[in-house]
Design a protein around this ligand. Structure first.
Ligand code: NAD
Ligand code: ZN
Length: 359
């Protein structure tokens, strides 16, 4: 990834930690401390695989701090606990941090790395499908009770080490969650890829090689966009397809009660409904997506559970919105995203349509 201030590599493959860390041997040996921040569930499954080669290659004892599992770690309390740990260990700007876990760990650790003594180097080691998206691009954040990702920074990692062998332990719910961002990348970039995804009845039909190629494709879509617009002034907003309504569903349901991707999947259908109405997207595409998502096992119950007024309240606080207008990423057609200000009435109609489909 080439951004204005940083060039870094994204490594994707099975059991890659040792070989990739060797490339960073000098940097690791020069560090005064190396710290791994790890999701507590992931620690039981995959920590040893990173810890062992890291200690060997950095030639020092690596400090480990366990984070609460999943979204609950993206809280100000965890952020403070991470800083306290770094201070207790005696870390300085010469310390290197590792984030091992899903997107939640990556987001909070990235934010800690960007703020500890005004910034220390950090490596992303994602362990979920979703994190093919979140570990790349340098967005870091924690949540505020009034909105998701409200406190954060842009801060690029020194490298991303995506060991896809970690995905073998993912529960089915997290496969659904991660595949929603894969579908998003397909929708904003390539209609043939969308058709291919729609041709599956379940995700279990997808072979390991296909998964790998989708993850790499997703990373390539994201990389191209981040390189063109690191700080989300223009095209990077397109990566938020499905997120305006999705974040509102996620916040209303309660962080952690529904996964990020499950909320985004619902948001994608709303975005396509709006795209058919106020943009030129071919009619029937939203329904096709809805049917495919239902077949894959996504639930649309949250649409029935939340009042539109509450959702609109959250959508107005979305970072893309300004002066109370609702800003949505829409599609002119598949592969051609655009930004649009959408009236509350149109969102209401789309919500009502999706409610009917979901009953
Ligand atoms: P997550 O990090 O919350 O992890 C989901 C669950 O899976 C957790 O309970 C975790 O303990 C468990 N887990 C993780 N890896 C596992 C493994 N290999 N085996 C078994 N269990 C495992 O969820 P996520 O979906 O990876 O990330 C979601 C977060 O990413 C959200 O907070 C979202 O806002 C953020 N995100 C950020 C960006 C960005 O650009 N920064 C982009 C997309 C999403
Ligand atoms: Zn997302």
């Amino acid at each position: 990834i080439d951004t204005k201030n940083k060039h870094y590599n994204v490594y994707v493959g099975s059991h890659i930690y040792e070989s990739v860390l060797t490339l960073y041997e000098k940097q690791l040996q020069k560090a005064d401390h190396v710290v791994i921040f790890v999701d507590e569930v992931v620690a039981k499954l995959h920590l040893e695989n990173l810890l062992r080669p890291l200690e060997l290659i950095s030639k020092k004892a690596v400090h480990v701090f366990k984070l609460p599992a999943g979204e609950s770690s993206k809280a100000v309390e965890t952020f403070m606990a991470c800083h306290s740990f770094l201070l207790e260990v005696g870390c300085t700007r010469k310390t290197i941090a590792f984030a091992l876990g899903g997107g939640a760990s990556g987001d909070v650790v990235g934010f800690v790395a960007s703020t500890f003594m005004r910034g220390i180097p950090f490596f992303q080691c994602p362990t979920t499908i979703l994190a093919h998206d979140s570990a790349v691009g340098g967005k870091t954040a924690i949540n505020h009770p009034q909105g998701k990702n409200m406190i954060g920074s842009f801060y690029q990692p020194d490298a991303v080490l995506f060991d896809v062998s970690t995905l073998s332990t993912l529960p089915p719910k997290e496969i659904l969650s991660g595949m929603a961002e894969v579908i998003k990348h397909a929708l904003i970039s390539d209609h043939r890829w969308v058709e291919e995804l729609f041709s599956f009845q379940t995700f279990y039909e997808i072979s390991n090689d296909q998964y790998l190629s989708y993850l790499v494709k997703g990373i390539q879509v994201k990389a191209a966009i981040v390189e063109a617009d690191e700080f989300e002034q223009s095209v990077r907003k397109y990566l938020n397809l499905g997120h305006t309504y999705g974040h509102a569903i996620e916040a209303s349901t309660g962080y952690g009660k529904i996964t990020h991707g499950e909320s985004v999947a619902i948001g994608l259908v709303i975005s396509l409904l709006l795209s058919e109405k106020v943009q030129s997207l071919q009619k029937g595409t939203a329904r096709k997506l809805f049917d495919a998502l239902c077949a894959f096992g996504y639930s649309f119950d949250p649409v029935l559970e939340h009042k539109i007024d509450t959702l609109i309240g959250y959508m107005k606080r979305d970072k893309k919105s300004s002066f109370g207008d609702l800003h949505f990423v829409l599609l002119e057609q598949i592969g051609q995203p655009c930004m649009e200000i959408v009236s509350v009435k149109e969102v209401l109609l789309a919500h009502e349509q999706l409610r009917k489909w979901s009953m």
